[in-house]
Design a protein around this ligand. Structure first.
Ligand code: CA2
Length: 152
């Protein structure tokens, strides 16, 4: 049997505080809760997931570089770097595997500075506004994409 596809799930700055502050916007689930959701969904889909979080742009970029050779797909919630980071956009451009951008909140219902993303133009697709379930939806989307790739 083939090895399970390896999926990297990256989370940007302040998401380590999820569930602890601003539950009105981001809900009460912590990042550890989201990791458990993803692990359950990944098991059902036959994926091997690794979830990471960093408050540092450089660390996120180094992890994205690993995706050039190591990972079958990336799910990324770049948090505030979504709206500011040309460097993360450039790093993602170097990656050939599918990239799904996830946001917990519906950024289009929020301040206008959140309406622009440097990541969306280089992502395969974007999921936003579905809360923590967005990460599971991203895994489902990747499952479809990788299956289609196998068929070709
Ligand atoms: O909705 C999302 O997932 C965001 O990526 C979250 C970012 C925000 O800058 C984006 O515009 C949308 C913020 C993450 C901050 O995380 C917090 C966690 C707990 C309490 C406060 C902030």
């Amino acid at each position: 049997m083939a090895d399970p596809a390896k999926i990297l799930i990256l989370n940007g700055p302040n998401l380590n505080l999820l569930g602890i502050r601003e539950p009105g916007i981001y809900g009460r689930e912590t990042l550890a809760d989201i990791e458990r959701r993803c692990a359950r969904k990944a098991k059902a889909l036959g994926f091997d997931i690794t979830m990471r979080q960093s408050n540092s742009e450089g660390e996120l970029i180094n992890w994205i570089h690993e995706a050039v050779s190591e990972w079958s797909a990336i799910i990324i919630n770049p948090a505030a770097y979504t709206h500011t980071s040309v460097a993360i956009m450039d790093a993602l451009k170097l990656v050939s595997c599918p990239i799904v951008e996830v946001h917990i909140s519906n950024v289009y219902q929020r301040e206008t500075f959140r309406h622009h993303s440097y990541v969306s133009p280089v992502a395969t697709g974007v999921i936003c506004g579905f809360g923590p379930a967005g990460y599971e939806l991203a895994l489902e989307a990747i499952s479809g994409l990788l299956r289609k790739k196998e068929e070709v």
